[in-house]
Design a binder for this molecule. Structure first.
Ligand SMILES: [Fe+2]
Length: 158
């Protein structure tokens, strides 16, 4: 571990950095999948969903940056090349031949929910180390992406 302005032990910072990197990997994978949905979506809901998916992607890119920089602030490294992500992400790959609007909605809802499960796991690690700042960062992501998942699920109901 590198030196850090954070007072936690190197061991605690190592665990936090590791879990943040797991979130970064899935976040980067999910970002690319959202863009594929944004580009390929077709159907009656196109006008609403094409820009909505872009807002998800823009927001997730900013969160990925914050997660990476938190890992480095804590004295770790941030791993984020496409090849690293392809090797380590636990998200299922995106079926890129999909075109139908509501099929993209279902696929993204499932993947955002899987991402959220991981972010909650990381928040638990941060809570165990009483790292309120990492907890806050992750809570912000959870609150926002639960809302996005709700938008998607609401589009599938009714
Ligand atoms: Fe675009």
């Amino acid at each position: 571990m590198y030196k850090s302005p954070n007072p936690l032990s190197p061991e605690a910072r190592g665990q936090l950095s590791e879990t943040l990197n797991a979130r970064l990997t899935v976040g980067l994978d999910l970002h690319s999948q959202i863009k594929v949905a944004h580009w390929n979506i077709k159907g009656p809901q196109f006008a609403a969903l094409h820009p909505l998916f872009e807002t998800f992607a823009v927001s997730l890119a900013a969160h990925n940056d914050s997660v990476a920089e938190r890992a480095v602030t804590l004295g770790g490294k941030a791993y984020g090349t496409s090849r690293h992500v392809a090797k380590t992400s636990r998200l299922p790959d995106y079926p890129q031949e999909t075109s139908k609007d509501l099929e993209h909605v279902r696929l993204l809802a499932e993947r955002i929910e899987s991402y959220l499960t991981g972010v909650r796991e990381s928040r638990k690690v941060a809570e165990q180390h009483q790292d309120t700042d990492t907890v806050d960062l992750l809570t912000g992501i959870i609150t926002e992406f639960e809302k996005h998942a709700w938008f998607l699920r609401a589009s599938l109901e009714g």
